[in-house]
Design a protein around this ligand. Structure first.
Ligand code: C2O
Length: 533
């Protein structure tokens, strides 16, 4: 293994899209930002220099950060932000992971433009467990506002109303043609007969997306940097935070085929139909030939989405076994959803909040990991409720249990203890899909269903053999998802909805995992250049 050095200069850059220009925050002037390439077990040294007027931090989404939580990146969780003019060296080793992950700013809404892919190749000489592709391509899906993104959220926080939806989706930074602006789309050149590995990242702020290529089948081989049993589909669904690797063979007549990313809107109140378009371009295509189009799935195409997610299985081979925890130490039930709280300054006298078990998380003023490591009291409590305060009909429509409490409450886990966590969506305002992301771990998705989770009936149907393993999972609208993981990574680990609007409203919490007693079971000491609050 080797040490790889990267330098991230965070700078403003002028950008023109949808026939209008604005300044955006970027890494090295790029949107999406640079792709990081590494191999399994390499060490990364990434120097982030803040040249803009915002506080910032960068998160390496999906990297386990075994014992190096200091480099995880969420602001006020594992580190204080890097202030304007300051820098921080993120130093970590990629342990036992290979596949596609990504990095993004983890403060305010800066990740709208501050993000990029991480490609981790297998160790030298170790093949993929699928046929070797001719070439690999990274496709980063994004979301674009014509106005300033920080202004969008600040306005929403002040008014207590939902923020404006974006103006476009993008594929590798380009929206493709949109009404009244002839924007260019990303072009993906292919040669007839060859097979390609597409590494797809959903970096959108607030939108789950469908992705498809006209006339071509996609073979899923990996999600969230874990190999899956291969299966074929014409449409994938990908939530913000998730990554999906697919094989696609250029097995059609030479031509141009449209590649689309369109929103999967499963909430009844959702309003968004902006499709990003790229083109799969066969070499030798006549310039006169017309692009072969594909239609986006219908608006509430829940059956397409659930068919896709229910098909995902761990590869679970001898070489890549699924180590699902069978004996459970902590059995938790967390409701995830929206509520309404009073607000004096807000337009309607109230605002939408989001919470877990009725706790709307309050960001601390100093980083939780420091408070934990240095035993600083008064920053957090470790009394996060393991179940809802009052059981109710979670997916029914009843106007009770709106009110959320607030607090910086964590849930404490002993080193190496095992957790089963059932995430239950609530329909208090509206049922909605929540892509929940856990830092520091992969987890197994052992079950999912609609309605209220019923332990007596649902638990014995769990898949404990080859459940998909990932770091971000959608809790279905009006339903539940059960995950299992082993707390083998000491530190403080954020868990939140990866729809940025819900995170902002408080749909987040953190686990604190104590050190173990054995060698190599403790959090390492903090780096000397760790930013101060
Ligand atoms: Cu990709 Cu805490 O986020």
């Amino acid at each position: 293994c080797m040490v790889r050095h990267y330098k991230f200069n965070v700078v403003l850059k002028n950008s023109t899209k949808l026939c209008s220009s604005k300044q955006i925050v970027t890494v090295n002037g790029k949107y999406p930002g640079p792709t990081i390439y590494a191999r399994e077990d390499d060490t990364l040294l990434i120097k982030v220099v803040n040249h803009v007027q915002y506080n910032l931090s960068i998160h390496w989404h999906g990297i386990r950060q075994l014992r190096t939580g200091w480099a995880d990146g969420p602001a006020y969780i594992t580190q204080c932000p890097i202030q304007p003019g300051q820098q921080f060296l993120y130093n970590y080793t990629i342990t036992g992971q290979r596949g596609t992950l990504w990095w993004h700013a983890h403060i305010l809404w800066l990740r709208a433009t501050v993000h990029g892919a991480i490609v981790i190749l297998p160790k030298r000489g170790v093949p993929y467990p699928f046929p070797k592709p001719h070439t690999e391509k990274v496709l980063v899906l994004g979301e674009w506002w014509k106005s300033d993104v920080e202004a969008v959220i600040n306005e929403a926080l002040k008014s207590g109303l939902a923020p404006n939806v974006s103006d476009a989706h993008t594929i590798n930074g380009l929206p493709g043609p949109v009404s009244n602006c002839p924007s260019q789309g990303h072009s993906l050149p292919v040669e007839a007969g060859k097979t390609y590995l597409l590494r797809i990242v959903n970096a959108a702020l607030n939108e789950e997306l469908f992705f498809k290529i006209a006339g071509h089948q996609l073979t899923i081989v990996e999600v969230d940097a874990v190999y899956t049993k291969p299966f074929k589909t014409d449409t994938i669904v990908i939530a913000p935070g998730q990554t999906t690797n697919v094989l696609v063979t250029a097995d059609r007549n030479a031509g141009e085929y449209s590649v689309i990313a369109s929103p999967f809107m499963d909430a009844p109140i959702a309003v968004d139909n902006k499709t990003a378009t790229a083109t799969l371009h066969y070499s030798g295509t006549l310039s006169s030939s017309r692009t072969i189009l594909t239609a986006p799935p219908p608006k509430n195409a829940t059956s397409i989405a659930s068919k896709f997610t229910n098909s995902l299985r761990s590869l679970n081979s001898e070489k890549y076994p699924a180590r699902v925890p069978l004996k459970i130490d902590h059995s938790l039930l967390f409701t995830v959803g929206l509520g309404i709280n009073p607000c004096k300054t807000c337009v309607n006298g109230s605002r939408v909040v989001a919470d877990i078990n009725n706790v709307s998380f309050v960001m601390p003023k100093t980083a939780l990991l420091q408070a934990h490591f240095f035993n600083i009291s008064g920053v957090f409590t470790d009394d996060f409720p393991g179940k809802p305060p009052v059981p109710f009909n979670y997916t029914g429509t009843q106007a009770t249990n709106f009110a959320a409490t607030t607090g910086t409450r964590l849930y404490r886990l002993a080193y190496n203890s095992t957790v089963q966590l059932v995430l239950q969506d609530t329909g208090l305002i509206t049922p909605e899909n929540h892509p929940i992301h856990l830092h520091g771990f992969n987890f197994f998705v052992v079950g999912t269903g609609l309605g209220n989770f019923n332990p007596n009936k649902d638990q014995n149907k769990f898949n404990l053999v080859d459940p998909v393993e990932r770091n971000t999972v959608g809790v279905p609208s009006g339903g539940w998802t059960a995950i299992r993981f082993r707390a083998d990574n000491p530190g403080v680990w954020f868990m939140h909805c990866h729809l940025e609007v819900h995170t902002t409203w408080g749909l987040k919490m953190a686990f604190v995992v104590d050190n173990g007693k054995g060698p190599n079971q403790s959090l390492l000491p903090p780096p000397t250049d760790l930013p101060k609050c």
